[in-house]
Design a protein around this ligand. Structure first.
Ligand SMILES: Nc1nc2c(ncn2[C@@H]2O[C@H](COP(=O)(O)OP(=O)(O)OP(=O)(O)O)[C@@H](O)[C@H]2O)c(=O)[nH]1
Ligand SMILES: [Mg+2]
Length: 317
C-alpha cells in the first residue's frame, strides 16, 4: 500500500462519520438548504464527532451555506481545506469564498537544530528516524542526538536507526542528563557543519512540572552551545488521542514554544479532524503526518491532499 492509500484507509473511520450524510454529499447545497436542513444538522454532529472542534465546525457550516451553487461535498471540502490554513490566510480566503491552491511543499527547517518533543509513545523516536531518511533524500547531512536518557532502551533504539540509515548518533549515559547530550550534540553539529541535528527527548506528560522544566533546560543548553538554535521545536502528537492531544499540545506550547506539529498514527483513528483545532487554536503549522511505521510513511503535510484523502477523492498528480 502506498502512503496515500494508507492515509485514505486510515481516514476511513473519520470519513464514515461524515458519511452519515452519504446520500446527500452529492446534492446541491441550494437543495439541501431548501429541502433537507436536517442534513446540515447531521453534518454538524459528524464534524464535532471527528474532533474538528466547535468554532471550526461553525465556520465550515457558514461557508457551506454561503455556497448554494456548489455540490455539498465540494463546499465541505473547500471549507475544511480553509480551516487547515493559518489564521491570516484563512480569514482572507474565507472573504474571497474559495480555497487557496497549495502545493505539497518541501519542509525546510529553520536553522540547523530541531528538538522533537511529546508525551510517551506518540512516535517521537521513529519519527526522527523517518525525518532523517526524508532529509537525506533531500540531499542534507543529518545527525541525531539520543536525548532520551530516561528509558533504558531508547538510546539503542535510535542507535539502530542511525546505523541503518547511515546517520551518526550522539549518545549519552543511561540515566544521565539529557541536557548534556543535547549540548554535546549541538556543539558537534556546529563544529562539523552538518545541515541538520534532530534531538530526541524522553516522553513526558504535559502536566509534570519538573519534566517540562527539563525540556526548557534542554532548549537553553542548545542555545548556549549554538546561539540562535534550536531553529525548530516540533511536537509529535498521536492522532488517536484526539482532544486530549490538543490539550497536550497547548501545555507543551506554553512551556516550550512550538514551531511545528507532526501528527502520527493517522492510519488508525476516527479523529482525523483533530488537525483542524491544532492549526486554529495553536496557530502552529502541521509539518508532517505519519501514516504507518515505515520510513516512507512520514509525509509533508498538504491541506488539500489531506481533505481529498478524507473524502476519498482522486488526487490529480
Ligand atoms: N501505526 C503507526 N504507528 C506508528 C506511527 N508512528 C510511530 N508508530 C509506532 O508507535 C510506537 C511508538 O513509537 P516510538 O517512536 O518509540 O515513540 P516515542 O514517542 O519515541 O516513545 P517514548 O520514547 O517511549 O516516549 C512504535 O511501535 C512505532 O512504530 C504511525 O504513524 N503509525
Ligand atoms: Mg522515544
Amino acid at each position: 500500500m502506498s502512503w496515500l492509500e494508507r492515509l485514505r484507509d486510515g481516514l476511513s473511520k473519520t470519513r464514515q462519520q461524515i458519511n452519515t450524510t452519504a446520500g446527500s454529499l452529492g446534492a446541491d447545497v441550494r437543495d439541501v438548504l431548501t429541502n433537507r436542513l436536517d442534513t446540515i444538522e447531521d453534518l454538524e454532529y459528524a464534524l464535532i464527532a471527528a474532533d474538528v472542534g466547535r468554532a471550526a465546525t461553525e465556520e465550515v457550516l457558514e461557508d457551506v451555506r454561503r455556497s448554494p451553487g456548489k455540490k455539498l461535498q465540494e463546499a465541505l471540502m473547500d471549507a475544511l481545506t480553509l480551516q487547515l490554513e493559518p489564521d491570516a490566510r484563512r480569514a482572507e480566503f474565507r472573504k474571497l469564498g474559495f480555497a487557496p491552491e497549495v502545493s505539497r511543499s518541501k519542509v525546510a527547517p529553520r536553522g540547523h537544530v530541531v528538538m522533537v518533543i511529546g508525551v510517551n509513545g506518540v512516535g517521537k523516536t521513529t519519527t526522527i528516524a523517518k525525518l532523517g531518511d526524508y532529509y537525506i533524500r533531500q540531499g542534507k547531512s543529518v545527525m541525531f542526538a539520543a536525548g532520551d536518557t530516561f528509558r533504558a532502551a531508547a538510546g539503542t533504539q535510535l542507535g539502530v536507526w542511525g546505523e541503518r540509515l547511515g546517520i551518526p548518533v550522539v549518545q549519552g549515559a543511561d540515566g544521565g542528563d539529557p541536557a548534556a547530550v543535547a549540548f554535546d550534540a549541538a556543539t558537534a553539529r556546529a563544529a562539523r557543519g552538518t545541515d541538520l541535528l534532530f534531538v530526541d527527548t524522553a516522553g513526558r506528560l504535559h502536566n509534570k512540572h519538573n519534566l517540562m522544566e527539563e525540556l526548557k533546560k534542554v532548549r537553553r543548553v542548545i542555545e548556549k552551545a549554538d546561539p540562535g538554535e534550536p531553529g525548530e521545536v516540533w511536537l509529535v502528537l498521536d492522532a488517536v488521542t484526539g482532544q486530549n492531544g490538543l490539550q497536550q499540545a497547548k501545555k507543551f506550547h506554553e512551556s516550550t514554544p512550538l514551531t511545528g506539529v507532526i501528527v502520527t498514527k493517522l492510519d488508525g483513528t476516527a479523529k482525523g479532524g483533530i488537525l483542524v483545532p491544532i492549526v486554529r487554536e495553536l496557530g502552529v503549522p502541521i509539518k508532517f503526518i505519519g501514516v504507518g511505521e515505515q520510513p516512507g510513511d512520514l509525509q509533508p503535510f498538504d491541506s488539500q491532499e489531506f481533505v481529498r484523502a478524507l473524502f476519498d477523492v482522486d488526487i490529480p498528480r
